[in-house]
Design a protein around this ligand. Structure first.
Ligand code: FES
Length: 327
């Protein structure tokens, strides 16, 4: 066991990216549908490879250069904000406390797989909070990855703090919001041929209009508001952009709902997503994956998206990082 770490933290440290990906695949059927995509988006936004590179390099500036990073790629600076788009964030303070306590109590974690740990803690917490375990499975998995990436003291710090940017008023309200953006659903409020692109479900004013067939980055550029104070990469509207041609990778997004209201993935976008390393091949092979490039995604209905706080190039061929994180 590494000095200062609990047994459970040391166990998590031995798990590489493939082990986490397999865990995510195994627990996916146990995650409530309303948070299934959000959970996968969170794991895409916070890859272990990026964290390991940042924490191990004696020269963080070189990591930024190697991975062509821009924005805010450090999870420890935005732990609570990172989960705000998950419905399970309603229970984030309780999840942080539960993961912290679990990490201090478990004595022989190797006896079972990570998926079993996630499901066990989700069940225990659900019983205490009297909610469906499926509503907690995704956010508990996130909590364990946050623990892996930032450590127990950082996770425990501010464990009782509320989630910034507000919470959904109720589970029922969030369920209704996400489920109504299925295929073919079109806003009754907005004019025909114009669709609503929501980029932060926690604030009602966080949406912009897209014309039929317009790509999400071009439509974002028509939003006259200035978002540069929030994120210096947002030079034209709420979605960061540079090239608008699939070259820079600034405009990657997660699609929380309404993904089938976007144009299908083209071979070009698929190649670019793989080049940037934003999603595994199995995800980019789908017609409507949860991670997209906004400048390659044409809009044909309402969608809800999430903008990651960083961009870069993490594809195969980028600097290699060992999966075993024991120092
Ligand atoms: S804006 Fe450059 S890839 Fe989309």
């Amino acid at each position: 066991m590494a000095a200062g770490k609990t047994v459970f933290e040391s166990y998590l440290s031995q798990l590489g990216e493939s082990a986490w990906a397999e865990t995510l695949t195994r627990i996916r059927p146990r995650i409530h549908p309303v948070d299934s995509q959000a959970t996968h988006i969170w794991f895409a936004f916070w890859p272990l490879k990026l964290r390991l590179a940042l924490e191990r390099s004696p020269d963080p500036a070189q990591v930024f250069k190697d991975f062509q990073l821009d924005g805010k790629p450090r999870l420890e600076e935005q732990i609570d904000a990172s989960v705000a788009f998950l419905l399970g964030s309603s229970y984030w303070p309780e999840v942080k406390q539960a993961v912290t306590a679990y990490a201090e109590e478990v004595s022989e974690p190797e006896e079972t797989g990570l998926d079993a740990h996630v499901l066990e803690l989700s069940g225990l917490l659900a019983a205490r909070l009297r909610v469906e375990p499926s509503l907690l499975t995704g956010i508990v998995a996130v909590g364990m990855m946050v623990l892996r990436q930032v450590g127990l003291s950082s996770l425990a710090k501010g464990a009782a703090d509320p989630v910034p940017n507000g919470r959904p008023n109720s589970v029922a309200q969030a369920l209704k919001l996400r489920s109504r953006r299925g295929r073919g659903w079109k806003s009754l409020i907005w004019k025909s041929g114009r669709y609503r692109v929501t980029f932060d479900e926690n604030t009602p004013e966080s949406c912009y209009e897209a014309l039929e067939g317009q790509d999400l980055s071009m439509a974002s550029g028509n939003d006259p508001r200035d978002f540069r104070e929030l994120d210096q990469r947002r030079i034209a509207g709420p979605v960061p952009v540079q090239c608008r041609s699939g070259a820079c990778g600034y405009c990657w997004i997660g699609v929380l709902s309404g993904q089938e209201n976007l144009s299908e993935m083209t071979p070009f976008e698929q190649r670019r997503l793989q080049y940037f390393g934003y999603a595994p091949p199995a995800e980019t092979a789908r017609k409507h994956p949860v991670v997209r490039l906004a400048c390659q995604s044409k809009c044909y209905g309402d969608v809800s998206i999430v903008v990651p706080p960083w961009n870069g190039v993490l594809q195969e061929g980028a600097p290699e990082v060992s999966s075993n994180a024991e120092d």
